[in-house]
Design a protein around this ligand. Structure first.
Ligand code: SF4
Length: 366
């Protein structure tokens, strides 16, 4: 495990589901997933985004399939993707059938908007033949009206009842290869709904807050919900939804898992909050380090510190540290100060060299 301290509590025992070659549930490490936002029919742009997400650390990538052109693009996307692809389907069962045919590794359905029972049964039958799982995604925003009425609104009980309704159809097809998700824009409702599901069944749970907001707010909201759930051992795969580039979602998810001690190999970035003593542009430098560490694997710590007050102390704990000093920028490698000072104009290049050496020495990839 990484530097994240103690591992989160005992994991809930869930059923194992295979998404392509990636295990979800059954005690497997919590996986990270994200979702493309390029038009799926644009194979070139979507392939590039899938590759970026995979290089950043996503174990699974989901693509929306809103129309026929998108369904037609799936074959090419599946063929070139380095990670298993999940097809996200709403309203049209025929698109789900085409996605299975194209070789996706999982379907995500909102059965609430695929109304005809026989359509769901047909999709389940094809998914069974293809050996792929189906995620039933229950969103607080699209609960059937009768369940909201019966259970007094949108709450864990009505969300579980919606899942049960769809599970009963899949049971009729003897289809058990299922992942469930319960999402809301409220972190606490997301937690409560997942706790209810964890108590009611042993199916693996895809967790995350939906419509969580732009980056800072969305990251905080997701971290709250995911941390509470994961600390209780609940959650088998995580998507941090943000309004913004999906490439930003993966580092947030990895940081949550790493901070909880649930994933090793995630480099740790430490940087000071800055104050009047600051002698370097900590914000810009730590952004630069963060970008350079994207997709790098390794259990090491990089510190960016504004001045000589806490700089040397943090530097001693870090594998690589950059610190401002009265006479310029200094580097520390595993607590040892490197000779000389670095000119601001050489900083980016030097940083890149040091980070590449760190990644190589820690056995990770960069
Ligand atoms: S390390 Fe220096 S610049 Fe950064 S917050 Fe501490 S005292 Fe301020």
């Amino acid at each position: 495990m990484g530097d994240g301290g103690e591992e989160a509590g005992m994991r809930r025992i869930s059923r194992l589901v295979m998404v392509g070659g990636v295990p979800v549930g059954g005690g497997a490490p919590v996986t990270v997933q994200s979702m493309t936002n390029t038009p799926t029919r644009d194979v070139r742009a979507t392939t590039r985004q899938i590759n970026r997400l995979a290089a950043g650390g996503a174990d699974l990538v989901r693509v929306s399939v809103p129309d026929d052109e998108s369904a037609a693009a799936l074959g090419a996307l599946v063929a070139s993707s380095p990670v298993p692809l999940v097809a996200d389907i709403h309203f049209r069962a025929d698109l789900a059938l085409r996605a299975v045919e194209a070789g996706v590794a999982k379907l995500r359905l909102n059965p609430g908007n695929i109304r005809r029972r026989r359509d769901i049964l047909e999709v389940a039958g094809r998914a069974f033949e293809a050996g792929i799982p189906i995620r039933i995604g229950i969103n607080s925003g699209s609960l059937p009206g009768d369940l909201r009425e019966r259970y007094g609104g949108v709450n864990p009980d009505s969300m579980w009842a919606a899942a049960e309704r769809h599970l009963s159809i899949l049971r009729e097809a003897e289809f058990e290869n299922v992942v469930l998700s319960f999402k809301a824009s409220s972190a606490l409702l997301t937690v409560a709904a997942n706790e209810k599901a964890a108590a009611e069944c042993d199916l693996p749970l895809h967790i995350g807050v939906t419509e969580a907001g732009p980056s800072v707010i969305g990251a905080a909201r997701n971290a709250v919900a995911a941390s509470i759930l994961l600390s209780k051992g609940i959650g088998d795969t995580l998507r941090v939804s943000l309004s913004g580039p999906p490439e930003d979602e993966v580092p947030v998810a990895l940081e949550i898992l790493s901070s909880l001690g649930l994933r090793g190999g995630v480099p740790r970035l430490v940087s000071c909050p800055t104050c009047a003593r600051c002698r370097i542009d900590v914000g810009r430098l730590s952004e630069m380090v963060m970008k350079k560490l994207r997709g790098v694997q390794g259990d090491f710590t990089v510190a960016v510190m504004g001045c000589e007050v806490n700089g040397p102390g943090e530097a001693r704990e870090a594998d690589l540290a950059v610190t401002g000093s009265p006479s310029g920028i200094i580097f520390f490698r595993r607590g040892r100060r490197l000779p000389g000072r670095v000119a601001a104009s050489d900083l980016a290049q030097r940083l890149e060299r040091e980070l590449a050496a760190l990644a190589a020495n820690s056995g990770g990839r960069s």
